[in-house]
Structures are given as structure tokens and as C-alpha cells.
Design a protein around this ligand. Structure first.
Ligand SMILES: *Cc1c(COP(=O)(O)O)cnc(C)c1O
Length: 356
């Protein structure tokens, strides 16, 4: 039976990415060697790294003056690298979920943190609005897509101070204006590659303001200067990322991805709103993520929760159990999820409604 992968991360990758990476693991570009066993200083791998950086810039329209880095340590290491490199006195953070609050915790090690707004009291079910960003903050940090709760900031906001964004789970889901951001980072395992590589898009001129000593590996300047080759980069995940980027370009770029993502999101949210058994977690359509769709059983049908999970799993829907902090269900419909996958899930929801 056909399986549909709705896992939140690591998560679905395009067949193009998986096939090409599998081939390169057996024989990388006719070298008679595996991509896993060649020097990262070989001309063949240097070409991979350069192409991946160029495609990142092309697909997102990254202006001059920015660097694209491929690092390790996950988005979680960025929670501390950002304040290490940028926090002089005070930073402002928007608390929209547990990833945001983990970032806040790390920033507090380095200086004063002003949490401008939080939706924690309502289990992060919405994106706070009408907050004020202090103009004396060294930067303002947001998490654009809240993977666990299913909320998303879908527009590039204006900030009076350098804007820093964790885009782990929505990078490449829509066209964006990179010039509004000073730094964007994310783990690759949601919309790009297998886990093991972390991307950072950084405006080079935001560095150099802090006076604390920064360990070499945690200093963005090191990786900018050495073009992500200071030490051994995660060769296989970078190769896989390049395959995904090429696939995005073939599909028509982030504009085409965005149209498809909106279509998928409209279909599934439409069904959640219509079907008497289900209820959306995020009430305001403006805040609903087009990447992670969270929903619960309507309170009249609460006792059907485990039955629906078992039914959907039996029909080939993999990974739709909600995060333990929210409960219910989460369908992650990243770029690589085809419309047919969402149609299949909607069909299962309809069939289940008929049975009850
Ligand atoms: C998954 C995720 C993280 C954590 O990423 P790691 O690479 O596991 O450290 C951080 N932020 C967001 C928004 C995520 O979705």
C-alpha cells in the first residue's frame, strides 16, 4: 500500500533528492567512489558546496552582502550562536512556541532578554500581534513557523532593529524578502535535506559589535571567511540539500512551491473546518501554518481520537500523531508532499466521518 509521510521532522524529501543521493552514495559523478568517502577538499565536493550556496541565493533572491553557511549542531546550536555573536546588551524575542522559548533561554546566558509578547497561556494557538519592538534592542528574534503548534508568520515583518528568524520548518515554502532580515537559520531536516546540516543566511555587516571572545567554531566570521569549509562539513546532507534545491528550481522555484503549498493547506483546513468530527487547533486563518496542520477531535467525539489514529495509520497515513504538548493530530505537509498525499488524508477523514 502507498504510504504518505506526514512526519514533522525529519520528514518527507522529494524522490529526486533521495534517488540522486542514493546514487551518489554508490558512485559519485562517475568517480568510482562514494560521496561518503571523498575528501571535502576535492574539486568535486567543492563544486557541490559552491552550487548549493549559489542555488540558495538564486531561489531566495538573496541580495549581495549576505553569506550562506552550512554548519552543524542543528537549529538548537543557533539558539546560542545568535546571541553569542550579536547580543551586546539586550535582545528582543517573540515567544510563539517551545522552539522560541528554547532560543530565549539561551539568549539569557548572554544578556538581557525582552520577551515582547507570548501566546504561551493559550498553548501557543496564535501569533501575538500589536507588540512593540524596543528600538534599543541589538536584534529581534522570531520563529516564523511553529512546527509543534501549527502557527506561522507568513509575511516578512518590518523591524526597527536587525531581524533574526528561525525558519527551520518553512524555508523555501514561499517567496520572501531576505533584505528584511539580518540573519535566518534552520535545521535542514524539515524542508531541505536529512538532518546533519544547518543553514545560516547572514548579512555580513551585522558582525563585529560584541566584545566577548567567541570560540572559533561558534564565530560566524570563521565560517564566512572559510565559506563553510573551516572544518569538515556534513558532506552527504549538503549533497542531498543540493538535490532538493535543484528540484525546487525544476519545479519553478519558491513561487511555484508557494502556490502548491497554499492549495494543499486550503484543502486540508477546509476539510477540518467542514468535518463534524474535527476542529482546527489554530482558529485564525491568518495564523495557520501551511507546513504543519494541527487539529483535534471535536469535543463531542473526543473518545474517537485513538480510533481515528489507528484508522488513518491503517490507510497508509504515517506520522499524523500530534506533538505530546498539543495532543490530537499534526499533518506536516512540507514542500515535498504532493497534493495527492493531502487528498488521500482528506479522503480518510471523510470516510471516518461516514462511519460515525
Ligand atoms: C525542528 C526545529 C528546531 C530544532 O532543530 P534541530 O536541528 O533539531 O536543533 C528548531 N526550530 C524549529 C522551528 C524547528 O522546527
Amino acid at each position: 500500500m502507498k504510504k504518505y509521510n506526514f512526519y514533522a521532522g525529519p520528514s518527507i524529501l522529494s524522490e529526486h533528492t533521495i534517488k540522486n543521493t542514493a546514487e551518489a552514495i554508490l558512485d559519485f559523478s562517475g568517480m568510482g567512489l562514494s560521496i561518503m568517502e571523498i575528501s571535502h577538499r576535492s574539486k568535486e565536493f567543492i563544486a557541490v558546496m559552491e552550487k548549493a550556496q549559489l542555488l540558495f541565493k538564486e531561489l531566495l533572491g538573496i541580495p549581495d552582502g549576505y553569506s550562506v553557511l552550512f554548519l552543524q549542531g542543528g537549529a538548537s546550536l543557533q539558539f546560542c550562536m545568535v546571541p553569542y555573536n550579536l547580543l551586546v546588551n539586550k535582545a528582543a524575542y517573540l515567544d510563539t512556541g517551545s522552539w522560541a522559548s528554547k532560543a530565549i533561554k539561551e539568549a539569557k546566558i548572554f544578556g538581557e532578554v525582552d520577551v515582547v509578547a507570548s501566546s504561551k497561556d493559550s498553548t501557543y494557538g496564535f501569533i501575538p500581534k500589536g507588540y512593540k519592538i524596543p528600538s534599543d534592542a541589538d536584534y529581534f528574534h522570531i520563529t516564523t513557523n511553529n512546527t509543534i503548534y501549527g502557527t506561522e508568520i507568513k509575511k516578512d515583518i518590518d523591524a526597527p532593529v536587525p531581524l533574526v528568524a528561525d525558519m527551520s520548518s518553512d524555508i523555501f515554502s514561499r517567496p520572501m524578502d531576505v533584505s528584511k532580515y539580518a540573519l535566518i537559520y534552520g535545521g535542514a531536516q524539515k524542508n531541505l535535506a536529512p538532518s546533519g546540516v544547518t543553514f545560516v543566511i547572514i548579512r555580513n555587516d551585522i558582525l563585529g559589535n560584541v566584545s566577548r571572545p567567541i570560540p572559533t567554531m561558534l564565530d560566524y566570521a570563521t565560517h564566512i571567511e572559510k565559506e563553510s569549509m573551516f572544518n569538515t562539513p556534513p558532506v552527504v546532507p549538503v549533497y542531498a540539500a543540493l538535490q532538493t534545491l535543484e528540484w525546487y528550481r525544476q519545479k519553478g522555484g519558491v513561487g511555484a512551491m508557494h502556490r502548491e503549498n497554499n492549495e494543499k493547506a486550503e484543502l486540508i483546513y477546509g476539510e477540518i473546518d467542514r468535518n463534524k468530527l474535527f476542529e482546527p487547533n489554530v482558529k485564525d486563518p491568518e495564523d495557520r501554518s501551511i507546513m504543519n496542520v494541527t487539529f483535534v477531535m471535536n469535543h463531542h467525539y473526543k473518545d474517537l481520537e485513538s480510533e481515528f489514529l489507528a484508522y488513518a495509520t491503517e490507510k497508509g497515513m504515517v506520522g499524523i500523531k500530534g506533538h505530546r504538548s498539543v495532543g490530537g493530530f499534526r499533518a506536516s505537509i512540507y514542500n515535498a508532499m504532493p497534493l495527492s498525499g493531502v487528498e488521500a488524508l482528506v479522503e480518510v477523514m471523510k470516510e471516518f466521518e461516514k462511519k460515525h
